[in-house]
Design a protein around this ligand. Structure first.
Ligand SMILES: O=P(O)(O)OC[C@H]1O[C@H](OP(=O)(O)OP(=O)(O)O)[C@H](O)[C@@H]1O
Length: 173
């Protein structure tokens, strides 16, 4: 049901995937958030991590659904007070390298972290978050995304990956 709902609202616009209409529809947004959280309800998750910017939107909602807090991963620009952990990514789907930042105080030893994002393609940003989580002394329990376009070799490095759609599910561009 969630898969059909996502596909119904998915659009290619000027060659770019557009998932924003999912968030504009309150019922669809709620359904997607529940579906992302579902496999992790009994996984002992203590924090949800999300990458700026769509990861903030989805990650914050999934954190509320799981009854835990949210740890933000910011990109280079933007005020972010205090001591940070930083990690440069490999080139992402556009060939961009990002410096991802997380406040050192955001996670602690023993935290069990779920990364939530809309899309994984090269996995560069998700792998950098895995490293940040590990450096913080926490454990990445898994990743929950709307669309998984990962190469299998990269997927195996991210642990438990829950995706609502695979690349093959998407309509032709
Ligand atoms: O697997 P990768 O190749 O690393 O790409 C996936 C990342 O790219 C997208 O974010 P984007 O940088 O487009 O930022 P946005 O959410 O602000 O659009 C997406 O939200 C992931 O964070």
């Amino acid at each position: 049901m969630t898969r059909a709902l996502l596909l119904d609202r998915f659009r290619w616009v000027d060659g770019h995937a557009d998932l924003w209409p999912v968030f504009r529809d309150g019922a669809a947004f709620a359904e997607v958030v529940r579906a992302l959280a579902e496999p992790f309800r009994d996984a002992g998750v203590t924090a949800v991590c999300g990458i700026e910017s769509r990861g903030f939107l989805l990650g914050g909602a999934v954190a509320l659904e799981l009854g835990v807090g949210f740890a933000a991963v910011r990109k280079a620009a933007g005020l972010f007070p205090g001591e940070k952990l930083t990690r440069e990514t490999d080139p992402d789907y556009r060939g961009f390298r990002h410096v991802l930042r997380m406040q050192r105080s955001a996670l602690s030893d023993g935290d069990r972290v779920l990364l939530v994002d809309d899309w994984v393609e090269t996995g560069s940003q998700a792998l950098a978050v895995r490293d940040l989580v590990t450096e913080a002394g926490a454990e990445l329990v898994g990743c929950a995304v709307l669309v998984d376009q990962l190469d299998p070799a990269v997927r195996s490095r991210l642990g438990r990956l829950h995706a609502l759609l695979a690349a093959d599910d998407l309509p032709e561009c």
